[in-house]
Design a protein around this ligand. Structure first.
Ligand code: UFG
Length: 327
């Protein structure tokens, strides 16, 4: 049995990654402190509760399973919270990742797949965002992810750690079989908030700013289906297992949608209007984040198949209605 240590395997993206790893013949070992994850989402391999900053616990888990690689998803990931509580982002995302990397190196586990973000790029007017775009994050979340990228490079040089870094654009959708899906408390992401508003599970959606320099005044994002996203991770893992070199890939489709376009599509897919109001801009938000790279396609052979807006919203809606581990 080939074990992969999946930090954050009880979270939204990590749980989908565990399902994809299992389907690809690996055994995902979830390591999660359940601060933002859900034990019910751990369905595809063993669960080990633990914190990234707990070196002794990490050493124990590495010794028990002897994983051949790490997929590191565990992180705090709310831009708004990162603006008001930056210390938590530096401590958990950077300090925790450093502890994990040191434990992996000590255990001789030198293949590492890392969940980074296009938030590391920051604001770039009229620039195509590819992997060589300078990284000037606008918030502590993006800054913390950029710092971990640097740590991975340093440990590559010093200890032979090989990494595939994925810079995600906006992840949406859910497992079409609705075994796992998106469930955050508090929820801050656009698609689940839109669906909650449609369903009357919360008040109207607030659009954060309509005065951006975009065609309809609302922010533009590049949405990628979570299943396509985790497929890229399995390809990245196989890349490392084949003995290839460290890489950085954007994961986005290259197509941007505004907040209003997402709302309109959700209304079309569900057949219900989106109750909404207009509010001020949210601090830390960039006007437009759209990938301008096809490296993951050309180098890894990544072929997203569910990342059109309609499929993402339809899958998210199916999961939303199933309400599996909702509380
Ligand atoms: N938005 C609203 N109202 C809401 C929530 C969101 O108008 O109630 C808008 C945001 O202002 C933004 C867009 O919808 O323009 C998408 O917002 P999300 O919070 O869903 O996503 P973000 O783009 O802020 O951030 C997400 C992840 C980050 C990641 C980032 C990369 O949360 O982890 O994508 O773009 F880094």
């Amino acid at each position: 049995m080939t074990h992969i240590l999946v930090t954050g395997g009880a979270g939204y993206i990590g749980s989908h990654a565990c399902k994809a790893l299992r389907a690809a013949g690996f055994v995902p070992v979830t390591y999660d402190n359940l601060v933002t994850g859900w034990e019910d989402a751990v369905k595809f391999g063993p669960f080990e509760k633990g914190d990234l900053n707990d070196r002794a616990r990490l050493d124990e888990v590495f010794a028990t399973y002897q994983p051949v690689a790490v997929m590191h998803f565990a992180a705090l990931s709310q831009v708004g919270e990162a603006m008001s509580e930056p210390g938590r982002y530096w401590s958990n995302n950077v300090g925790g990742s450093l502890t994990l990397i040191e434990a992996a190196v000590a255990a001789g586990c030198l293949d590492f797949v890392f969940s980074s973000t296009c938030a590391t790029y920051g604001e770039h007017d009229n620039v195509v965002l590819d992997e060589s775009t300078p990284q000037h994050p606008l918030n502590a979340y993006g800054a913390s992810k950029r710092a971990v990228e640097d740590i991975l490079r340093d440990f590559g040089a010093s200890h032979g750690l090989r990494s595939v870094i994925f810079r995600y654009f906006n992840v949406a959708g859910a497992d079409p079989e609705a075994e796992v899906g998106e469930f955050h408390r508090p929820e801050t992401h656009l698609v689940p908030l839109v669906l909650d508003a449609i369903d009357g599970k919360r008040d109207a959606l607030t659009i954060f700013g309509t005065d951006y320099d975009t065609p309809d005044g609302t922010c533009v994002r590049d949405y990628v289906h979570v299943c396509d996203l985790v497929d890229a991770h399995v390809l990245g893992l196989k890349w490392l297992q084949d003995g290839k070199d460290s890489q950085v890939f954007n994961l986005g489709t290259g197509t941007g949608f505004s907040v209003r376009e997402v709302m309109d599509k959700a209304a079309e897919v569900t057949g219900k209007p989106v109750p909404h109001t207009v509010g001020p801009r949210r601090g830390g938000d960039c006007t437009k984040l759209v990938s301008g790279s096809v490296r993951a396609a050309t180098i890894l052979g990544w072929t997203p198949s569910r990342s059109d807006l309609e499929t993402m919203i339809a899958d998210a809606w199916r999961w939303h209605k199933a309400g599996n581990y909702e509380r």
